[in-house]
Write a protein that binds this ligand. Sequence first.
Ligand SMILES: [Fe+2]
Length: 472
Amino acid sequence: MRKAFEIGFGESSAELVIDKIPVQGKLPSWLEGSLIRNGPGTFNVGKQSYRHWFDGLAMLHKFSFKNGLVSYANKFLRCKAYDEARKTGRISYSEFATDPCYGIFDRIKEVFSPRITDSAKVNVAHIYNKFVALGEPSMQIEFDPETLESLGVFLYDGKPNQHITTVHPHFDQVKNEIINLTVRFGRVSSYRFMRVNNSETRDLLAKHPVKEPAYQHSFGMSPNYFILTEYPFVVNPLKVLFKAKPFIENYVWKPERGTRIFIFDRNTGKLIKQEITDAFFAFHHINAFEVDNELFFDIAAYPDPGIIESFYLDKIKSEENKLPGGEIRRYRINLNNRESVDYSRLSDEGIELPRFDYDELNMSKDYRFIYAVGISSKSKNSFYDQIVKSDIQSGLSKTWFADGCWPGEPVFVKKPSASKEDDGVILSVVLDENKGNSFLLVLDAESFSEIARAEIPQPVLFGYHGNFYGTN
Ligand SMILES: [Fe+2]
């Protein structure tokens, strides 16, 4: 097995607090704040192993920048799934694609008291005065951004039972709103757009009943509309509630349904338009905006959900298949006409984990650059090995690739005095297969050349999302 996969999908590392890690190159003096990242901290518990990249016990990582220096800390998220795994040496809670080993009596017990993971490992968010680790089950975990200590459960939707949330809430700086999409399973299942008003209260802004809910990892939001993209990758809710199989394995691909696009008015909550287009699947909406009577949304699309299959660890490790890359598509919907949806492809690069200058250009038509991970055409790797910058206006791309280096999601940080969209840096945690550890890579976002790297003494397992929080 390739060493990178042995390390990056392997065992936990130590919990560290290091005041100063060695830096090669020169960090920009304006870079002050912390990159906080989330992801699996281990794929093994005792003698048991998780099966899929989206399983595992959550670990937070923090790289802090001040005066040209970098500190590092990491900590497992303390939650029931973590505590029980440590106590029993066994996987005790259901994950995305791994269930605990059940006996028949355990399975009956499970129906009445489901043990769905609270190990929120996919993203982090700053929600009013709280920092929260986000996972797809409804139990999010608050943490202290200074110490990374876990502080307890945070709920989007008031009730911790049998529904999922996306790990990509939207922040509307103009309306000062934080919104997320939740999916509730039940006798009548529903998609629900929730506004998080503060730590305590929520408003249900829009609700749509659904017989067979689709898997939802993100949603689109423009100034006036919510976009719910219902891929035909759907589940009979009873199967989730009665846990016939691990969570994601209950979903079925029904391409004959096509992908349905629901548009809700953000002010009234009303469903104003429903379109059906050819079947596709996506994890990530990227951006959405309106021009006159047209609504546009950009999305990293796949022809089918085969990408989920490709993330089973045995597939990645055996290097059996090359990962499919997400195609950056721009969907266009005429809000006045019926049956008017089409799309164009914005880049030739296959990407995943797309980011852009969200703080300034979310819901704006003027954005131009998408930063993401991809697979180099030089390699035939079964996992992401390069960082891509796609210019969606020209269709041209720049890439960063280094043999034996495996970069994670690129996070853009804008220079405070920036006059151009890409005036800033890209931060990415990179696993160095040759040295057996990880480093924080700092790229000039415009040229995509390396300006610095800061090395830690151990590897960071392959993770998903993170954010940079400036000190100002
Ligand atoms: Fe995501």
